[in-house]
Design a protein around this ligand. Structure first.
Ligand code: AMP
Length: 280
């Protein structure tokens, strides 16, 4: 698998492909790839002639006390996974390649970023939007693939693409889970055996909440309290947030309806995990 670290080189490659009439997709990731990422790469390969997987642990989207230094990395393993799933190349720039010493421009959204993950990670989405804008400008893909697991991120990116007139189609991909329901995440590797078991409470609670909604309960407060009670049964779990919002605007909803996003962030030990579902 070809790995390019350099912006000039990736630009030239994409230009050559486009001159040949080929469609180009981008799958932005922070690496340590798992089946969730694989599903994005696979879908991108099915839909496009060429697929670039970016692997960049973006310092700008980590808060000061977060896990930037310990974030898992393994480019050799990632390279095999990309190859297996039909990627054409990996873009793996250094921090210096992406951010010069003089770097001073940021992309931020007024709305959509203040609640949910934005509340507990106030600078996170500014980092995400800045790096994704840079990747969009560097790669200039026809389509870019994002996972529904990061539901707020997906809605923010969709809005950013409209606001900044990026000529890029954003494709959303379903959440890929472990057999016991836990959403796949690079951060799952932080969990001890006991914590890994405890983490199943997150999806179990969401599943029960979904049944409750399906059986007719639409009051957000009641749904939130229900999930809170369920998760609180697990001593290793500490709730960061449980929210019911409109999936597009990320504004709180009092009543669950079609398109409502039920999203949670939960610490299992020191590891912060997120999960969600959209009621349809
Ligand atoms: P990350 O490497 O965590 O920044 O994720 C890169 C992309 O993969 C994002 O668009 C995520 O939403 C997506 N992703 C991560 N985990 C999953 C999963 N379990 N299912 C589907 N997509 C995922």
């Amino acid at each position: 698998m070809k790995i390019i670290n350099n912006i000039k080189e990736i630009r030239k490659q994409v230009k050559d492909w486009k001159n040949d009439g080929l469609s180009v997709a981008l799958v932005p990731t922070m690496g340590y790839l798992h089946e969730g990422h694989e599903s994005l790469i696979k879908k991108a390969s099915e839909d496009n002639d060429r697929v670039i997987v970016s692997i960049f642990v973006n310092p700008m989207q980590f808060g000061i006390n977060e896990d930037l230094s310990t974030y898992p990395r393994n480019i050799d393993r990632d390279s095999d996974i990309c190859e297996k799933n039909g990627a054409s190349l990996i873009f793996n720039p250094s921090v210096e390649e992406m951010y010069t010493d003089e770097f001073s421009t940021f992309v931020d959204l007024n709305n959509l970023t203040s609640g949910l993950c934005g509340k507990s990670r106030p600078t996170h989405f500014r980092g995400v939007c800045t790096v994704v804008s840079k990747l969009f400008n560097i790669v200039n893909p026809d389509k870019a693939y994002f996972g529904q697991k990061d539901a707020q991120q997906l809605s923010i990116i969709k809005q950013m693409v409209i606001d900044l007139n990026f000529d890029i189609e954003i494709v959303s991909c379903a959440i890929v889970r472990e057999a016991d329901g836990l959403a796949k995440s690079s951060r799952n590797t932080y969990l001890s055996k006991e914590e890994r078991q405890a983490a199943t409470i997150i999806n179990k609670s969401l599943k029960k909440a979904k049944s409750l909604i399906k059986s007719g309960e639409r009051d957000s407060k009641k749904i939130i309290n229900f999930i809170k009670n369920e998760i609180s049964k697990e001593p290793l779990a500490k709730i960061d947030y449980i929210s019911t919002v409109d999936n597009k605007s990320i504004k709180s909803v009092r009543t669950i309806e079609d398109g409502s996003l039920i999203a949670v962030a939960v610490f299992i030990g020191n590891t912060r995990l997120i999960d969600n579902f959209i009621y349809e």
